[in-house]
Design a binder for this molecule. Structure first.
Ligand code: C2E
Ligand code: MG
Ligand code: MG
Length: 731
């Protein structure tokens, strides 16, 4: 203890008689006392002016400056000095007078030696205690100052909550970190710093009641900055929703003896907490995480993430019994670009290409950069090889298009190797290895093409280089055909029209549905020729059925955007009608909302001209696009086809019912025909009937049928529509 070693007490003996001084000095000679003397009041004053004394032994009667006068000066200038009055006077008045003026004790001359020794000894004890006290409080003051300094300069937010969870102390950090002035928070409940969703999760930690081992230690939570606070500290700018990630240590504060005056838990005073801002650490972690899994140049997943995606895809495919396709893509002449134009152009090229390739893929597919100019595509839900080939074809056609960098057009091609899981492997290594081998086979076969890993699959591909060439050939080889799906009157089950739906009987892949090849046909422009064929074939078919006796029958044909905006679409339709000797209203064309919206003015011009020849217009998949009354009003539209999505979700989702009701009301208001697509159940039919829908198309009545079967159905329908319905539902 620093307080135990006390220095000697400085005593000044003041008397006008030398003998008195000497006798007192002799009696008090001890190591604890440091004795000094002054002969008379004036000399005493001079000594007091120049040094400090702890105790004065003061004679009252002195000729120059007496004891009373000196007491007055002392109480004025040195009130802390203890004074023992040593005097010949012992009247009560004199004693009281002296004590009144600040003397601490009194001894009467002549005194017994013991008396003097004891009285000084008492003064010494008092002095020693006071000294200890003074030093302790000095020490406390200093250490408190130090702690406050440490706390206020701490990089952490430090707080104390009372037993109700209200702030009673916050340090200076609160302003830069959370945007609050100290005064804003004092008295507030801590929940102002938590978002509503975090309140349940984190309240417990912030207002921790436990101590010791069970206190809150290094728990990561989020605190909310003061809303709308103008940001002073840029470091906090980036955090979404003003939430700051912090690491919290907090514990309950208890009183040893419980305090009756403080309500709540026995002895519980509140919570002491230290919150460390870890936003920098968090963003660094996020960056590191991102960099660990992405290629820095293109931002695409890297090998590590690719491995993960393949693993997940393979696992899922086992469960839901689909294929996973891994496509290994290598640019054929990228090295030339790099060598001749430099790496920075090469980098820009790769970036542009990566973006373009990504745009070909669906959500859920992965495009990863595997190495320099190598990319890997993972298709986790590949339905069949035809689909995979389509994607490969699309990727190749994107690669072939020039990339413009710094004003110059750069061309490359690519080669793709394909491995399929489960057939070609079930791990990333196997699948990549096989896709890589297949990629080299594609290069060997002349580049700019794709190649499957398995021999059997390749055998199918040697005959034709691509789906695109396949489609060209499909037209020539009569591989395209049309199926017809009836549209019937809901009440009478009378067939009012047939929708022409295109199919491709592929020599290798079997029957392909339009969604599997129409996108490619559109991309390559082949849709124009194919569409023309559909129109001519449909008109030929109507003629046949009309000749058969169904004079009223109409056929509807789907047109894609490219077809509608093609220059001579009106002439194409007119010629087809003429050739089959049909009136315009024997044909209806179906367009989706998005097709119409692509170029409204052109659409309107074309449709007006078709309408003038009697051709009807239906809006297909109605309700899924931009259902704006304004444009329907301006266009010569006759029919709205309620999208099958709404019909199928009917009764499961109230919103879909109200969409249907709104479409029905709209059709009535605009005097348009209405047909519900995709009707599969009696229940849907009943409901549509009740809602006032007049026509329907769907599996409930009939699937799309080959032309022969459609003809038979038409004939039978003429005789007994109802009977057929009952049969088809039962079958
Ligand atoms: P869409 O015009 O909306 O045709 C209706 C689709 O729904 C057809 O699919 C049909 O088979 C199917 N469908 C009919 N009733 C039901 C049912 O009750 N339940 C279910 N789940 N489906 C039903 P498909 O034949 O695969 O045709 C798909 C799309 O391809 C068509 O949609 C159409 O937009 C387009 N398409 C078909 N033929 C041609 C064509 O010749 N040219 C163009 N450009 N597009 C065509
Ligand atoms: Mg249609
Ligand atoms: Mg439709």
């Amino acid at each position: 203890m620093p307080f135990s070693r006390v220095k000697a007490m400085k005593i000044l003996i003041i008397d006008d008689e030398k003998e008195m001084i000497e006798s007192e000095r002799a009696l008090l000679e001890r190591p604890e006392y440091e004795l000094h003397a002054a002969l008379g009041g004036i000399e005493a004053l001079a000594r007091l002016e120049s040094e400090h004394f702890d105790l004065l032994l003061l004679d009252m009667k002195m000729p120059d400056l007496d004891g009373f006068q000196l007491l007055d000066i002392l109480s004025d200038r040195w009130p802390d000095i203890q004074v023992i009055v040593v005097s010949g006077e012992d009247s009560f008045d004199a004693v009281s007078h002296a004590l009144h003026r600040g003397a601490n004790d009194f001894i009467k001359k002549p005194y017994a030696p013991k008396e003097l020794i004891t009285i000084v000894e008492n003064a010494y004890q008092r002095w020693k205690l006071e000294g200890i006290n003074a030093r302790i409080s000095q020490h406390i003051r200093e250490s408190e100052k130090l702690h406050r300094f440490i706390v206020d300069h701490s990089p952490d937010f430090i707080y104390v909550l009372d037993h109700e969870g209200k702030f009673i102390y916050v340090n200076d950090r609160v302003k830069p970190m959370l945007g609050y002035e100290k005064e804003d928070l004092i008295g507030q409940h801590f929940s102002v710093l938590l978002s509503e969703e975090d309140l349940d999760k984190f309240s417990y930690f912030v207002a921790e009641r436990r101590t010791g081992e069970r206190m809150t230690r290094n728990v990561e939570i989020r605190l909310r900055r003061k809303p709308d606070e103008e940001r002073r500290d840029d470091r906090y700018r980036d955090f979404e929703n003003d939430m700051i990630p912090i690491e919290l240590n907090a514990m309950g504060v208890y009183n040893e003896e419980s305090d009756e005056n403080v309500p709540g838990e026995k002895g519980f005073h509140g919570t002491y907490g230290v919150a460390r801002d870890i936003s920098e650490r968090k963003s660094a972690e996020a960056t590191i995480q991102y960099q660990a899994y992405h290629d820095l140049l293109t931002g695409l997943p890297n090998r590590a993430l690719l491995e993960d995606r393949i693993r997940v895809a393979v696992m899922q495919s086992k469960r839901i019994k689909t294929m996973v396709a891994v496509l290994f893509l290598d640019l054929d002449a990228f090295k030339k670009i790099n060598d001749s134009l430099g790496h920075s152009i090469g980098d820009s090229f790769l970036k542009a290409m990566a973006n373009r390739l990504k745009a070909c893929l669906r959500e859920g597919d992965t495009l990863a950069r595997f190495g320099g100019d190598e990319f890997v595509v993972v298709l986790p839900y590949a339905r069949n090889e035809a689909n995979v080939s389509l994607v490969a074809e699309k990727l190749l056609s994107q690669l072939r298009k020039p990339v413009e960098i710094d004003g110059q057009e750069l061309f490359v091609t690519g080669s793709i190797g394909i491995a399929l899981c489960p057939g070609d492997g079930q791990t990333m290594d196997d699948l990549i290895k096989h896709a890589d081998i297949a990629m080299y086979a594609a290069k060997a076969a002349g580049k700019n093409c794709f190649h499957y890993c398995s021999e059997a699959m390749n055998a199918k591909h040697v005959n034709h280089l691509s789906m695109e060439q396949g489609l060209h050939r499909a037209l020539k080889n009569n591989e395209l055909l049309i199926e017809y799906q009836p549209q019937v009157d809901i009440e009478s089950y009378q067939i009012v029209a047939m929708e022409a739906l295109l199919r491709w009987e592929h020599p290798d892949y079997g029957r392909l549905s339009p969604s599997e090849f129409i996108p490619l046909a559109e991309e390559s422009g082949l849709i124009i020729q194919i569409g023309e064929w559909v129109i001519i074939e449909a008109c030929r078919q109507i003629r046949e059925w009309r000749d058969m006796g169904r004079q009223d029958i109409r056929v509807s044909v789907n047109l894609s955007a490219l077809q509608l905006h093609q220059e001579n679409i009106v002439e194409t339709v007119q010629q087809a009608l003429q050739k089959a000797q049909l009136p315009g209203d024997a044909l209806e064309i179906e367009l989706t909302e998005s097709v119409l919206m692509q170029d409204m003015d052109d659409a309107k011009r074309k449709l007006d001209r078709l309408n003038a020849t009697g051709v009807k217009v239906a809006i297909d998949d109605f309700g899924t696009g931009y259902s704006s009354l304004a444009y329907i009003h301006e266009l010569p539209v006759h029919t709205l086809k309620i999208d099958q999505g709404f019909v199928q979700r009917m009764n499961r989702n109230a919103a879909d019912n109200s969409v249907i009701a709104a479409i029905i009301a709209m059709a009535e208001g605009l005097n348009l025909d209405l047909i519900a697509e995709g009707v599969e159940t009696e229940e849907q039919l009943q409901q549509l009937k009740e809602m006032g829908c007049k026509n329907m198309q769907g599996f409930l009545y009939s699937r799309p049928l080959p032309k022969q079967a459609a003809a038979e159905l038409l004939a039978a329908n003429d005789e007994d529509a109802r009977f057929r319905v009952i049969q088809s539902v039962a079958g």
